[in-house]
Write a protein that binds this ligand. Structure first.
Ligand code: ZN
Ligand code: ZN
Ligand code: FE
Length: 712
């Protein structure tokens, strides 16, 4: 055995800043008798460590095996150097760098150790609303520049007291280099007492609370008049509200919660989780408005925990904005915009660097899937493993996100929202500016959708660099392929509501074979006419008319269909769902995008497996005719899943990717996954970015980064 000293240099890329990584390395090296140093770099961390060969091998192994829970290593490179003979192990200051690719961590829910401290009388942070450590607390919503060090966060204005500084500089402490560290002596303060905020809720009032990623509006979820008042003042008539409840046990009184769902609720990301709601449980009917699903979350910041202790009941917890406007983050702005909505404010003086909504997730076929990706997940990058040019991808129009290709990873922004209103368009532009500034990024290539009228497409030409237009469903496919790291030919099933196809019609029921930048449309839903253009997205009688017309039955929009006035041709599976929801008497209107689909899914889950009607070449006419005579939501799901299975077997491709808003439907995904995986075919689904248009920017970025890619 070689016991001569040698020196190992380890260069790491990943999420390693602000998670207790450097103290972890220090505390690993010192007891092993190793000398050297660790420091943060632009892409992660750099370690040089000196000792005997066996000790260094052991160090490398333990570095991965014992990594702190919030840390993530994306890539590792190492080399051997001549020993320098230094003694001791030190944590060095961060080095400034040119290309800033350091992974910024998402905001993490309060950890058990901090919670225990906050609840222990006599502790320094007893009852303190800004308690955090290296394992928990705000990250993305306080960082103003990288590397992630306190002077680069919104905590820079709070000077550490002696006690906090001692914790911050003690390598054995849980708060060693915890950048947002604070205490009642030196840290942020609340504008009013928790007790007076709880009194607003008890009195049936609406409370505006400054949370992690901006303001939220809260009211007692058991108080129907209060919830109705919130709907009226927030101009949100229909879309279900999410609730926050003190514990999983409390949630179980209102919804079914599986073990997987409980784990997701209690995870560090702490998203809103879509649960199967139970009726007549004492929650105000205005919370769900008849939706079969209850969006629920647990308290995830010390402030939420304290409030829930003072008011231990489920509360409606929705973003602090009017209808579809962006969320308010600054105190003055909130007073102005939410003054007429809220009966009381629970403010504080820790600035929020950027808005970040609550994420929405659900368990689908045993996997976590995101419907809205924001707090707790953004801006964790997707690792592509290959160097890319600097691409800025602008996404689609609905559920907008943007993405930056930075080195070998793609950073996907938090959810921005639909780009209909001037306010949300401003937020979109601000998010791009914010991310480009944060990552000191200026694009070489801008990627956008093929649709010429999207605000994002129009905006693409303002950067003065090369613009690549990516077909909407090709981007969906590439997004799912990238996040699952698939190589080679993939059968990509991309089903959603709307996306402009390369033939000028509206696609949304496509099946491609995708390999790199090449995509071949191997199948699609049989097209039908959609009367009334954009109005057809809300009014389900319009796609229903198109369906009736195709199968030769009388339809309410006959004249315009026959003359093809203001009609578009579509292959959209989303619109097929809408049409059948109307014809089966499930609903006649989408109050919000995808509502009919959610209702059909819930109805189908209550039915047992029925007959799947064959859909050769995507022909739905027999299915529609049978459905009209005997409506069955389950039959629709079984038939669509059957079509995917048939097409997969015909094409003999061994891996399938499911993308597009229709695959937020957990039943549809489960049916496809079960049927194909039984036959040895891998089915990739979205887990880290949404299947809906929130995932489009990722797909655009990876496609536009391929040098052989050209506009279709
Ligand atoms: Zn903690
Ligand atoms: Zn302090
Ligand atoms: Fe889409």
């Amino acid at each position: 055995m070689d016991l001569k000293a040698t020196r190992l240099r380890i260069s790491l890329a990943g999420a390693l800043q602000g998670v207790g990584f450097r103290p972890f390395v220090h505390n690993l090296a010192v007891p092993m008798g190793l000398a050297g140093w660790v420091r943060n770099t632009a892409s992660g961390a750099l370690i040089e460590v000196e000792g005997t060969q066996p000790a260094l091998d052991d160090f490398r192994r333990r570095l991965r095996a014992e990594l702190p829970p919030a840390a993530m290593i994306l890539a590792e490179e190492f080399s051997w150097l001549a020993p320098s003979g230094v003694a001791g192990f030190e944590i060095q200051a961060s080095e400034p760098s040119e290309l800033k690719t350091a992974v910024i961590l998402p905001d993490l829910a309060t950890c058990p150790a901090c919670l225990r401290e906050m609840r222990t009388p006599g502790e320094r942070r007893f009852g303190y609303a800004f308690t955090n450590c290296t394992r928990c607390g705000p990250r993305y919503t306080i960082v103003e520049a990288i590397p992630y060090d306190r002077p680069n966060t919104t905590m820079a204005r709070f000077e550490l007291c002696e006690a906090c500084r001692a914790e911050y500089t003690d390598p054995r402490d849980r708060r060693f280099h915890a950048q947002p560290i604070a205490c009642p002596m030196c840290g942020p303060r609340l504008s009013v007492s928790i007790e007076s905020a709880a009194a607003v809720l008890r009195g049936g009032g609406i409370l505006a609370l400054k949370g992690i990623g901006g303001y939220q509006l809260l009211c007692d979820a058991g108080d129907e008049p209060a919830v109705l008042r919130l709907r009226e003042r927030k101009l949100r008539e229909w879309k279900p509200f999410a609730v926050m409840a003190p514990s999983v046990e409390q949630l179980r009184r209102h919804a079914r919660v599986s073990d997987e769902e409980a784990a997701l609720l209690e995870s560090a990301a702490a998203p809103i989780v879509l649960l199967e709601a139970m009726d007549g449980t004492g929650l105000a009917p205005a919370v769900r408005r008849g939706s079969p699903w209850l969006g629920a979350m647990l308290p995830y910041s010390p402030l939420h925990h304290l409030l829930m202790e003072a008011f231990p009941h489920p509360v409606v917890c929705t973003s602090g904005n009017l209808s579809d406007e962006p969320i308010a983050i600054a105190n003055g702005e909130a007073q102005e915009r939410l003054g007429a909505v809220a009966d009381g404010f629970l403010d504080h003086d820790r600035p929020v660097a950027r808005p970040c909504d609550d994420s929405v997730a659900r368990i689908t076929a045993g996997r976590t899937t995101l419907l809205r990706r924001a707090r707790g997940y953004a801006p964790m990058p997707v690792w592509t493993g290959r160097a890319m040019p600097k691409v800025l991808a602008l996404g689609g129009h609905l559920k907008s996100t943007v993405a930056l290709a930075v080195g070998r990873q793609v950073v996907v922004s938090q959810h921005i929202g639909d780009l209909d209103s001037p306010e949300s368009r401003d937020a979109f532009v601000r998010t791009i500016e914010d991310l480009c500034r944060l990552y000191e990024f200026s694009p070489d290539v801008v990627a956008c959708d093929l649709h010429p009228d999207y605000f994002s497409t129009v905006h693409a030409s303002s950067f003065g660099c090369q613009v690549r237009h990516v077909q909407h469903h090709h981007a969906h496919a590439a997004s799912c392929i990238a996040e699952n790291g698939l190589e080679g030919a993939v059968l990509a099933v991309t089903w959603d509501g709307t996306g402009l196809g390369t033939d000028g019609t509206i696609w949304g029921g496509e099946i491609f074979i995708v390999e790199g930048w090449q995509f071949e449309r191997v199948a699609h839903l049989r097209p039908f006419l959609l009367p009334g253009g954009d109005a057809a997205m809300k009014d389900c009688s319009r796609p229903a008319s198109g369906i009736l017309h195709e199968i030769g039955r009388p339809s309410p929009h006959l004249t315009i269909l026959e003359r093809r006035l203001n009609c578009v041709e579509t292959t959209s599976v989303g619109r097929l769902f809408d049409a059948l929801a109307y014809l089966g008497g499930f609903t006649d209107r989408n109050h919000f995008e995808g509502e009919a689909g959610l209702l059909m899914e819930a109805a189908a889950m209550r039915e047992s497996a029925g007959r799947a009607v064959p859909m050769p070449e995507g022909d739905w006419r027999e299915l529609a005719a049978e459905f009209i005579d005997r409506p069955s939501a389950r039959m629709l799901h079984d038939s669509l899943a059957g079509w995917i299975v048939e097409t997969t077997l015909e094409t003999r491709v061994k891996q399938v990717a499911l993308s597009g808003g229709c695959f937020q439907n957990a039943l549809l995904v489960s049916l496809v996954v079960d049927a194909l995986e039984r036959r040895g075919i891998r089915v990739a689904t979205h887990q880290r970015v949404p299947a809906n248009d929130g995932g489009i920017s990722l797909g655009q970025a990876v496609l536009a980064a391929l040098d052989r890619y050209s506009a279709v």
